[in-house]
Design a protein around this ligand. Structure first.
Ligand code: AMP
Ligand code: MG
Length: 418
């Protein structure tokens, strides 16, 4: 069969799983690491296993404002009287012995004296001079936080390869870590190709378009622990494309281009990649985004993404993220897929897996999805309004309203609150 992008069934086009396998096999993580202050670690990838050097909390303490009591071994009915012998505030422990039927006023986080075996909340206590009376049952260990109940000494708390988030920063601080070893940021660069492209600060003529892909990519790359390099625009001339590819790839760990990767007379990316490096694959059975070149130029991994903006986003989500995660030292996992009922018929041609842009809603606990509008790969507004992809398998031709489809939500909480 002719090597082109015309047929829906293209024997040379890889399916998504095969393409992903090849990407993950090819890309290797950047091994350089750096020791940085805890505050700077948000969004960075951990390059060491974090083992706890202590129990957290490291002392028995109160979960309530109230009284730490020593109720002895036996219970007395439902009424207790304790002699109040002191106070234990957070950071100011009571260090003397507390005998049976004695109590110590305690604040949340305050150390519970060794011999005390329960904390009674303030609201359940009657104060009488130096005594307190409790009229409810007291259970042993109630309202006491024990050493190590959050994190045990010597346990591994965070694994190498974890993308550090807000909770991780809190955990690392609770372990007293002032500096943390993380992977260094790889450099990811990009440029656009196309004679029709104009930079955003210039006036545009009919027949020209603003170079939106570079800004799209700039946005898409923001949330990764990487250095971003923008190499501008290149005109549709093989020599110029080659020159730019050579220069940019020498400065990056991963390079992305958009446009010029198909089979048109002005599409030079694949030929240039063949000349300067090697092509791992260049077509995948996915819509949007079939022409997609993946390969390597010297040490730099390379994706030639399609030119249409929606295809850029879809192929970025499906393939580039996996490569970035691997490069930055993270593991990859499959996206969350949910099942939803279609709210209107959807047309599709057999042969390629398709990612339509959808709007997912919950009604009485059930998930429903509809198309977010015109689905052309040039129509970026279909993504603006979408909160999920509707994932349709290769063999599907048409699906009717009411049938179940798979959806991939963009974020877990996509419902709006008024
Ligand atoms: P190509 O893959 O180069 O044939 O481009 C496919 C379509 O995407 C054409 O309509 C291009 O004008 C458009 N396109 C390519 N690159 C960009 C870009 N950087 N910004 C906006 N549209 C683009
Ligand atoms: Mg082009």
């Amino acid at each position: 069969m002719k090597d082109n992008c015309f047929n829906e069934f293209d024997p040379n086009a890889l399916d998504i799983e095969e393409a992903l396998t090849r990407i993950l096999k090819s890309v290797v993580k950047k091994k350089n690491t750096e020791l940085i202050p805890l505050k700077k670690t948000y969004g960075r990838v951990l390059a060491e296993n974090i083992k706890s050097n202590q129990d957290i909390p490291n002392y028995k303490n109160s979960a309530m404002d109230g009284y730490a009591v020593n109720i002895g071994a036996t219970n007395i009915n439902n009424e207790y009287t304790f002699k109040c012998v002191g106070e234990s505030f957070a950071g100011h422990p009571f260090n003397k012995n507390v005998k049976i039927n004695e109590a110590v006023k305690v604040m949340t986080g305050g150390m519970v004296p060794k011999s005390c075996n329960a904390v009674v909340m303030k609201e359940l206590v009657k104060n009488m001079n130096d005594k307190i009376v409790v009229n409810t049952s007291i259970f042993k260990n109630q309202n006491i936080r024990f050493p190590g109940e959050d994190i045990k000494k010597n346990n591994t708390v965070l694994l190498k390869g974890k993308l550090l988030d807000d909770v991780d920063l809190g955990i690392l601080a609770s372990l007293g870590r002032a500096e943390v070893l993380v992977y260094s940021k790889p450099t990811i660069g990009f440029f656009s190709t196309g004679d029709e492209l104009v930079s955003i600060n210039r006036l545009i003529k009919k027949s020209q378009v603003y170079d939106s892909n570079r800004y799209l990519l700039h946005g898409l790359l923001q949330k990764y622990p990487i250095k971003i390099k923008d190499f501008g625009v290149v005109r549709d001339k093989l020599k110029l494309v080659e020159k730019k590819l050579e220069l940019a790839s020498s400065k990056c760990d991963l390079l992305l281009t958009t446009g010029g990767v198909s089979v048109g007379d002005a599409d030079f990316i694949k030929n240039a990649l063949e000349k300067l490096g090697n092509v791992n694959f260049w077509k995948i059975a996915v819509k949007p985004g079939r022409p997609l070149a993946f390969g390597k130029i010297k040490k730099c991994f390379f994706f030639g993404l399609p030119g249409n903006p929606v295809s850029v986003v879809v192929t970025f989500n499906l393939f580039v993220i996996a490569a970035i995660r691997k490069l930055t030292g993270q593991k990859n996992s499959a996206p969350l897929r949910l099942t939803a009922k279609l709210e209107s018929d959807i047309k599709k041609r057999k042969g390629r897996k398709e990612y339509k842009r959808g709007i997912l809603t919950i009604k009485s606990g059930d998930l429903f999805v509809k198309s977010s509008g015109a689905q052309g790969s040039n129509i970026l507004s279909s993504l603006k309004d979408a909160n999920c992809y509707i994932e349709l398998a290769e063999y599907i031709e048409k699906i009717k309203e009411g049938e179940s489809v798979k959806v991939i939500p963009f974020a877990l909480f996509s419902e709006h609150y008024e």
